[in-house]
Design a protein around this ligand. Sequence first.
Ligand SMILES: *Cc1c(COP(=O)(O)O)cnc(C)c1O
Length: 430
Amino acid sequence: MTPSDLAFDRHHIWHPYTSMTNPLPCYPVVAAQGTSLQLSDGRQLVDGMSSWWAAIHGYNHPRLNQAMQQQIGQMSHVMFGGITHPSAVALCRKLVEMTPAALECVFLADSGSVAVEVSMKMALQYWQARGEKRQQFLTLRNGYHGDTFAAMSVCDPQNSMHSLYQGYLPSHRFADAPQCRFDDNWLARDADSFEQLISTHKSSLAAVILEPIVQGAGGMRFYHPRYLQRVRELCDQHQVLLIADEIATGFGRTGKLFACEHAGITPDILCVGKALTGGTMTLSATLTTRQVAETISNGAAGCFMHGPTFMGNPLACAVASESLAILAENHWPAQVASIEQQLQSALLPLRDHPHVADARVLGAIGVIETHQPVKMADIQQFFVEQGVWIRPFGRLIYLMPPYVIEPSALKQLTDAIIAAVEQPVLFQAR
Ligand SMILES: *Cc1c(COP(=O)(O)O)cnc(C)c1O
């Protein structure tokens, strides 16, 4: 890419959460292969991010490419209204088979945020069909569910800057974030705030929505499976639907195929996205039970009122189906377990470091929480100079590499983090 391309980008193109007047620098990537990103000057960076949880099998995967090429030869897209096609059926068969038995009706959409919108609309239509006016959601502080309006309304009120949109966002109920960590001893009082809110407001609650076990973009926190079990019990007891947002955690990242399995629970509605297509195309799915689907369908509307233009996009379905076929060969449990072990031995000792507030690892996710927020542009440049692609935010430096990463490449990533926490200039002053 030429300097003029980069200048154009800077002047005309928005990137995620950036300013148009004073954007953070962008690094030009021209190719990606396996676990490596190639910059336009030829440098290769080890990828620690899987392009935000997505590229679990690595980049430029021959089988994923072949699935897409084959589908392009048939048709890249066709409308889903009144039409079906083999790739959608193959994908949905696999999704129904690999998720808990009760989840058997699939809605395909374009992105994670839209899957969340769809899940919330399903819950609203469900209660409307049952003749109950239930229009609020109960969720957890520190959550993240996407950037569209309904999704944003159930994100952590501080992290997602609800104040910016005050008066426009519906207001929902927020339980205290779970404090018991994944492998702590369980303390039943951790769920007190949730229990109090659900029992007080049950008659106005359409659903509980949460990220099972891992709170991702809202803080990279791993909470206790008993918390999730308690949520399921209370939802059953008070007859409130449970929506599990597994958009980040789905497809093996936490060491289980779905994070709900850590607690042995089944949600009423499940959202998946991100890794669904192995990081190649944008696609998401919302699954629900026959009972929820039938109730909605027997309501006043007689149908579920949602239908995006690119619903069931054949190209995305074909590559998702192949990505799930790779997962079904079951190499991922050993890959994720060995990443977990290596992350634990490299990162957990940093807990004693004076600049580090906490270090935690679950599955193929490693998190370093520092005392001071990072200086974004400086630490990004530092990591690139170390030959790695790691994108921290706030006080969180975290890794979620592709499952196929080699131990030596993973060591490059953890070494770079260990080096970074030694450099006070990469962090904001106290
Ligand atoms: C990323 C994410 C979303 C939003 O997905 P997009 O594809 O970015 O719209 C929703 N929920 C969770 C838990 C996520 O991690």
